[in-house]
Design a protein. Structure first.
Length: 92
């Protein structure tokens, strides 16, 4: 395969858990690996694959405050470790 293909990018796409994003970073949810009840609850709050989220704050213990559809949502460290996101590069 040619490296000039339009599907190859110069920068690798990094997928990590929600807690690894710095504050004010925006990302797209790739997958959620929580228990079914937690996954359903997150979906009812607007957190599901392909949804954009913004990390507002990450505490020392790993809890994450994020913004989804203009709503602030806090998730525990355990839940944040099971939400995998792809960071959207900043325009600046």
């Amino acid at each position: 395969m040619s490296q000039n293909n339009k599907y190859f990018h110069n920068k690798p796409v990094l997928v990590c858990h929600l807690g690894c994003l710095p504050p004010a970073a925006e990302g797209i949810v790739e997958s959620i690996k929580c228990r079914r009840g937690v996954t359903c609850r997150l979906a009812s709050l607007g957190v599901f694959p392909s949804q954009a989220v913004i990390v507002v704050r990450v505490t020392r213990r790993g809890a994450v405050l994020l913004k989804v559809n203009g709503m602030l949502l806090a998730v525990s460290a355990g839940v944040a470790e099971n939400i995998f996101v792809k960071e959207i590069p900043s325009a600046t």
